[in-house]
Ligand binder design. Structure first.
Ligand code: TYD
Ligand code: MG
Length: 455
């Protein structure tokens, strides 16, 4: 006989408690405990009653290895983020703000795979089949191997999987799916956890590559318990500014590849388009010969991108001047401003300073320091730097310019895009020969860099 139990679970980490608590004892977050009703059904063991396998432990040397077969999507950016394609039987979680393009990306991917003669099942819990068809019309994603179902009941979804036998399965979204054996509402901690666990078993046993779409909370994390991220093989975030047309796909966890890669897409009338040369996109609106604008050679994963860095320094009206950074860490900017004040004698105490990475991309590596410093100095002095200079290098507290990784790739990208000079850390010049046709200036201090930039 099933017994109804009331408990409270944290929406962040899944910690359970018999009574409500203001602060979660598991993760320390406030106001995250929500009531969950759960019917406790006695089952044998942990396995789902729907699927049972009898596997014995085997010596590891008897397990066939071979290269992991991957399904290559036609989308090079997606392949890159996944580490070379979709692994059969893997479970991928895709998160992102509403309206960012998750459904669009997955419908396009589904279509591309169906066009390669794979059977694809797209389960939409948010849109009707007609809406999905309308979207597919716009995207030109019409193939007969692409099956669409609008359903949220997990048992029905299971029947559909049984009848279609897909190679690739999309659940859009995991928060709308519910298991009728669990009493809580769809989207609650227990439902999301149970359903994900179920899809994980189905994926592993049947070898279906499965993509779950997840909503994100206000803070930007995937809604639902944190353990969701532990259960799946890959966690991808689809991000971007609503007012910019391009989107970044970033892996934060990947059991089959690196998490350093990003995929860049542009949202257009016909859905998402891959962006193969991001630097051109990021530099397309750059004004030439104005003060406060420089170009940085940054790395996004293993790929160099050139991005414009803008600074504006203006006399403040406040007792303490404002420091605002968009696209780079605020603390790094404060540090760079302090170095310029102390080591370069720039009187920035009475100046507001704004720093912006143009185009809305976020650069998290310290190699962007030098470009930020030169931009701020350029705006402060109201003196433009040469329009075809590129900067990179980390700045230390004594005003030294420190070595950064992958200098050669950054320089090559700058050369490819027709830049004339690179001002970079001297220590990063060791061990490789700079290409011809571009002037390389190795510097050791910020002072040296500024004197070269404004020469
Ligand atoms: P969608 O994929 O529905 O977002 P999500 O599933 O992440 O909530 O994306 C919807 C947005 O994308 C919507 O604002 C319209 C825009 N869009 C285009 O600009 N072009 C297109 O071809 C499509 C299909 C959508
Ligand atoms: Mg959607």
């Amino acid at each position: 006989m099933a017994k109804l139990k009331v408990k409270f679970a944290c929406t962040e980490c899944g910690t359970e408690s018999p009574k409500w608590l203001g602060k979660c004892p598991g993760c320390g977050q406030w106001n995250t405990m929500v009531e969950e009703k759960e019917t406790v059904v006695k089952t044998q063991g942990m396995g789902s009653p729907l699927i049972q396998t009898k596997e014995k432990p085997r010596p590891i040397i008897h397990i066939e290895s071979g290269q992991e077969k991957r399904i290559e999507t036609t989308n090079l950016e997606l392949n890159r983020v996944l580490g070379g394609g979709v692994v059969p039987g893997s479970l991928i979680l895709v998160g992102g703000d509403p309206g960012i393009g998750k459904s669009t990306l997955l419908l396009q991917t589904s279509h591309a795979l169906a066009a390669k003669n794979l059977t694809v099942l797209y389960i939409s819990g948010e849109e009707s089949v007609r809406q999905t068809r309308l979207r597919a019309d716009r995207l030109g994603a019409l193939t007969d191997k692409l099956y669409v179902l609008c359903e949220t009941n997990m048992e029905q979804i299971n029947d559909a999987i049984e009848s279609v036998q897909p190679d690739f399965l999309v659940i859009d979204s995991i928060q709308t799916v519910y298991d009728p054996n669990v009493q809580s509402a769809p989207g609650s901690v227990s439902q999301v956890r149970e359903c994900t666990a179920h899809f994980m078993r189905v994926a592993k046993i049947k070898g279906i590559a499965t993509v779950l779409v997840g909503h994100v909370t206000k803070e930007g994390a995937i809604a639902g318990p944190r353990l969701l991220e532990h259960m799946v093989d890959c966690v991808l975030y689809f991000e971007g500014e609503r007012h910019h047309s391009y989107r970044l796909l970033r892996a934060v966890k990947n059991r089959f590849g690196s998490t350093n890669e990003i995929g860049i897409f542009e949202m257009g009338e016909e859905g998402l388009r891959e962006v193969n040369n991001p630097s051109e996109l990021f530099l397309s609106e750059r004004p030439l010969g104005v003060s406060g604008s420089t170009v940085v050679a940054a790395m996004e994963g293993t790929r160099p991108v050139l991005v414009e860095m803008q600074a504006l320094v203006a006399t403040t009206n406040f007792p303490s001047p404002r420091r605002m950074a968009t696209g780079i860490d605020h603390n790094r900017m404060t540090l760079i401003v302090a170095v310029l004040e102390k080591r370069m004698g720039m009187f920035l105490q009475t100046q507001d300073a704004y720093l912006n990475v143009a185009g809305g991309i976020r650069l998290d590596e310290p190699a962007v320091d030098l470009a930020a410093a030169v931009s701020i100095a350029s705006s402060f002095r109201d003196a433009p730097t040469r329009p075809f200079d590129v900067f990179f290098g980390e700045i230390g507290l004594t005003g030294e310019v420190r070595a950064v990784s992958r200098a050669e790739q950054r320089v090559k990208e700058a050369q490819k895009l027709g830049f004339k000079r690179v001002i970079m850390p001297k220590k990063s010049l060791k061990g490789w020969t700079p290409p011809a046709g571009i002037e390389i200036i190795g510097v050791e201090t910020v002072a040296e860099a500024l004197s070269k930039a404004f020469a």
